[in-house]
Design a protein around this ligand. Structure first.
Ligand SMILES: *Cc1c(COP(=O)(O)O)cnc(C)c1O
Length: 354
């Protein structure tokens, strides 16, 4: 089955080779050295300051979102959440669960985030803004300059879930004034699901260090201390650590620009090819990671099933009421232009037959 999904994604051969190797014991100097190299490469690739602190969690991305909330905020804070789909709603839900006062900028399915959405919140004091820079549920890539400008002006921390934009679109943590970046192994990194990372900038790290301990597994203070020597407080998914390290070494060698240009080109080719004759794309700016593909007739489920069953191709279904008219096609992973053209042509053919 060829995966046009994020994620898991269609993995590269080099990752599959690493997966076959033995998993070493990890409380060793060798493992620590590898972790430190990984950490240096990760921060460099993300445009993070080298004095930022990374938390390596063995858990999926939602755990990292939850861990950030637990470690950084409580009922004395006030947060602003951009909720433009499933993942934004998840941040709002976490605020509700933990009793953290918050306001929500709620966007409709096809609604683009603009400066006007921020106007009602200009005079309220907030500790931080929470955003999924690429709202993977709809495909919208928000305008980071707009968001970051608002946060700078108000002196708010900016928490960016970059899970499906990091390594797919340009990402500059320090330049954009981002206080914490959340990522996960199964998206842009294209490796096995199972780990997620939070890269925390200096200012937010200091705030976290002053706060009382309220949990064990997710306590960032413990991770900050351990990563200094290339370790984590608890057993990490050691095998995945090596997949990530391998991926970051490859990106370092080929150049980040080269990788991003490849994905950007795949997205462009697919979008040009698939549009028209009742197939449409959203109006807002999309991430290079995926293309939300819309159908005038409710053909999405039928085409999704036929692609899987007849052609061995898997795309991302879209959830909810959105689902009958849309699915999403990922451009991330070991995919080439020919794959995009073939998939787009099949989708068009199947739609004509619907
Ligand atoms: C995939 C994803 C997550 C995390 O989902 P998990 O299933 O917990 O890994 C969070 N935010 C965004 C924007 C995502 O795309």
């Amino acid at each position: 089955m060829k995966l046009f999904t994020i994620g898991p994604t269609e993995m590269f051969q080099t990752t599959k080779d690493i997966r076959k190797q033995d998993v070493p014991y990890f409380r060793t100097d060798e493992f620590s050295a590898d972790m430190l190299e990984l950490d240096r490469l990760l921060k460099k690739t993300m445009g993070a300051a080298q004095d930022a602190k990374t938390v390596y969690l063995t858990a999926s991305g939602t755990a990292a979102m939850e861990a950030v909330i637990i470690n950084c905020f409580d009922e004395k804070d006030r947060l602003l959440v951009i909720a433009g789909g499933t993942f934004g709603n998840r941040f709002a839900e976490l605020c509700r669960i933990y009793g953290i006062p918050h306001d929500v900028i709620q966007l409709g399915e096809d609604e683009e985030l603009t400066g006007e959405h921020f106007a009602p919140y200009r005079d309220t004091d907030y500790t931080a803004l929470l955003v999924n820079l690429h709202e993977t549920a709809t495909g919208q890539l928000y305008d980071i300059e707009l968001i970051s400008g608002f946060c700078r002006k108000k002196g708010m921390y900016l928490i960016a879930d970059a899970i499906s934009t990091f390594l797919c679109d340009e990402y500059k943590m320090e330049r954009w004034g981002i206080s914490a970046t959340i990522i996960s192994t199964q998206k842009g990194l294209c490796v096995t699901p199972g780990m997620s990372m939070v890269v925390v900038g200096k200012a937010l790290a200091e705030r976290i260090l002053e706060r009382p301990r309220t949990c064990m597994y997710f306590d960032f203070k413990d991770y900050f201390k351990n990563i200094e020597r290339g370790q984590t407080p608890f057993t990490p998914a050691v095998g995945i650590v090596y997949e990530v390290l391998d991926m970051l070494r490859h990106i370092e060698k080929q150049g980040l620009e080269h990788k991003l240009a490849h994905i950007r080109n795949l997205a462009r080719v697919y979008r040009e090819e698939v549009q028209g004759d009742g197939i449409f794309l959203p109006h807002f700016k999309m991430s290079n990671a995926i293309t939300t593909t819309g159908f005038e007739k409710p053909a999405a489920n039928s085409i999704y099933r036929q692609l899987r069953e007849k052609y061995g191709m898997c795309v991302n279904p879209s959830g909810g009421e959105f689902g009958a008219h849309h699915f999403r096609v990922s451009h991330v992973g070991d995919l080439q232009e020919a794959d995009m053209k073939q998939l787009a042509r099949l989708i068009k053919d199947l739609y004509v037959q619907y």
